[in-house]
Design a binder for this molecule. Structure first.
Ligand SMILES: *Cc1c(COP(=O)(O)O)cnc(C)c1O
Length: 421
């Protein structure tokens, strides 16, 4: 019998039946076929503690016995209060206010709406557009699609119905680039801001690592320069750290590499360790305080039903505690070393005619190929070796759970390299 489940991003005519997952432990999940697969992607980058983590599971169980859900409209509860405080503590300085929602896309919608309303409340209603970057990915809802790369992105078909936003070129200088090398990227940003700043509310970016748009990496100096440009042109800076947050780039947040604080920052994916859907949009006092005023228009009219869900907040608190107790940044550094040695330094891999580039940052590595066809069949190939890889477009990547052992990490890099032999 055909399944009524409609799978994401699937071509219905050619899709294969989806393997059925019945459980998981650590970096592995189990299929009903008896196979055990080592997850190289930690389930779209969110299961940072792997599967079945006892502390996270216990936190959910315990919270479920106390309070599963209550609206945040006019009410509050300990898990939301404590998580908000923790997020303010660990994020870059100045981000002192937390608006919860239920997914990364909605967290970004909240950020963009907040930025537009901020300028409206400053008597600058014309500053209502967004400036994004080519190769950006910020989510699949209508507002988010409008700030995803309009050409390479997967939403081109909707171009006619989406609001028109502005786009700057995606940064080309790589992670190690110095201030001179990012100048061309910053000049491109400046040119757009110079002509359009009067209508731009905010610059949105995935700092350092444009993830779903092709794992494009750039330099902390670019973030620095972008911050200065935003200040110069009275444009808010929104960091979408949905993918980069919680250690993925080697620091807790990508912003830390540059010592830059955005005006608004969005967190999701790793926030709950992937155990429940949730998101947080953090704002500075300057943004928040603009909403203090007498008119009805000063209220921020947004409120997802499940914002601040107690189960999600509670497991997020436990996730953060495990992150610190078990020195995850140290684990990420060790995984980074394996990725660097096994992929980045592999001259044979880099010289392969199908390979265009190999990049590594934190617990992220990607082999970019010149033709997408070069990756056809790689997922099935890896599965035969007990590894779950899910390449997209030109990119064969890994973003492992941080509890992945160094041996497991090598099994993943081995499966990636074996494909090119
Ligand atoms: C995944 C992702 C989103 C969307 O998050 P969802 O929870 O899937 O809605 C937004 N921004 C970035 C950078 C992401 O990687």
């Amino acid at each position: 019998m055909n399944s009524p489940v409609w799978h994401p991003y699937a071509h219905l005519k050619t899709q294969q039946p989806a393997p059925k997952v019945i459980g998981g432990q650590g970096a592995n999940f189990y299929l009903d076929s008896g196979e055990t697969l080592l997850d190289a992607t930690c389930s779209w980058w969110c299961m940072i503690h792997g599967y079945g983590h006892p502390r996270l599971v216990a936190a959910i169980r315990e919270q479920a016995g106390e309070l599963c859900h209550v609206m945040l409209g006019g009410l509050t509860h300990d898990p939301a209060e404590r998580l908000a405080r923790e997020l303010v503590r660990i994020t870059p300085p100045g981000l002192d206010h937390v608006f919860f929602s239920d997914s990364g896309s909605v967290g970004m919608e909240v950020a963009m709406k907040m930025a537009v309303q901020y300028h409206y409340l400053q008597d600058k209603p014309n500053k209502h557009r967004l400036l994004s970057l080519m190769k950006a990915y910020h989510g699949d809802t209508m507002g988010c699609m409008a700030v995803c790369d309009p050409e390479e992105g997967m939403h081109a078909l909707f171009a006619g119905v989406l609001p028109r936003q502005h786009f700057a070129p995606s940064p080309r200088a790589d992670f190690d680039a110095g201030p001179e090398e990012v100048q061309a990227d910053l000049d491109a940003l400046r040119r757009i801001l110079e002509c359009r700043h009067h209508e731009i509310a905010a610059l949105t970016m995935e700092p350092l690592l444009q993830a779903a748009g092709g794992l494009n990496m750039t330099s902390p100096h670019y973030l620095h320069g972008a911050r200065e440009l935003c200040d110069e042109f009275d444009v808010l800076l929104i960091f979408d750290e949905v993918a980069t947050g919680f250690g993925r780039t080697g620091r807790m947040f990508a912003a830390e590499h540059a010592g830059v604080s955005p005006d608004i920052m969005v967190l999701s994916k790793g926030l709950t360790g992937g155990y429940l859907g949730h998101a947080a949009t953090l704002a500075t006092g300057r943004v928040h305080d603009a909403f203090i005023g007498d008119s009805a228009l000063h209220a921020f009219m947004h409120g997802p039903t499940f914002m601040g869900n107690p189960l999600a907040c509670r497991v997020a608190l436990e996730s953060l505690a495990v992150f610190e107790d078990e020195d995850y940044l140290g684990r990420i550094a060790r995984l980074n070393r394996v990725l660097h040695d096994e992929l980045f330094l592999d001259a044979t891999l880099r010289a392969h005619p199908a390979v265009a580039d190999v990049r590594v940052l934190g617990a992220t590595a990607v082999i970019e190929v010149t033709e997408a066809a070069a990756l056809k069949g790689v997922a099935a190939f890896a599965r035969r070796q007990g590894v779950w890889l899910r390449p997209f477009g030109h990119w064969l990547y890994t973003m492992p759970a941080y509890i992945t052992s160094e041996d497991e990490m090598r099994r993943i890099t081995e499966a990636m390299k074996a494909w090119f032999r």
